[in-house]
Design a protein around this ligand. Structure first.
Ligand code: FES
Length: 166
């Protein structure tokens, strides 16, 4: 390998290019961060939406709880209305199930169409047990999603629905 000395012109070129690059990056980074920041900010885990359901009034019979909240999708904010089927299990724990059928997304109802002690989906006769577990032999292949729950001032709060491991 030949060792050629770096000329003064080359040295200045390298130095100015390097310094210029750092300065450009320093100016551009805040602008890029500002532009994409809302996209990077997802809904924080542990975000709960308030409902008007009193926890003390929950029983072992599922009740429909409607609630709404503001959803920020990048730069766009919208009002979302959602629903949960909520009850207390035999251990006294609150169970809040998503009403969205895991087959094709219709809305299930408790004891619909005279199906005792089950959630019923009218679209293709899907059935779920009270725990949200799908009944084998009916179209849904997964259990209903479950909402994380919390209580504030005696009122139920619901998080983001997640997979139900029943
Ligand atoms: S969408 Fe519920 S059974 Fe098909």
């Amino acid at each position: 390998m030949s060792k050629q000395p770096v000329s003064r012109r080359q040295f200045l070129n390298y130095t100015l290019t390097g310094v210029g690059g750092f300065m450009a990056a320093g100016m551009l980074m805040p602008m890029v961060r500002f532009a994409v920041d809302p996209v990077l900010k997802g809904e924080a885990a542990g975000d709960y939406h308030p409902t008007q359901q009193k926890v003390s009034e929950l029983t072992e019979t599922p009740v429909r709880v409607d609630f709404s909240y503001e959803q920020k999708d990048a730069w766009y904010t919208s009002e979302v209305t959602s629903t949960a089927w909520v009850y207390k299990n035999n251990k006294g724990e609150i169970v809040a199930l998503s009403p969205v059928c895991k087959h094709l997304g219709c809305t299930v109802s408790w004891e619909g169409n005279d199906h005792k002690n089950q959630f019923f989906c009218p679209c293709h006769n899907g059935l779920y047990e009270k725990s949200g577990k799908n009944v084998p032999g009916t179209p849904p292949l997964k259990p209903l999603d479950v909402y994380p729950t919390a209580e504030k001032d005696g009122l139920l709060q619901l998080g983001k629905p997640q997979a139900n491991n029943v």
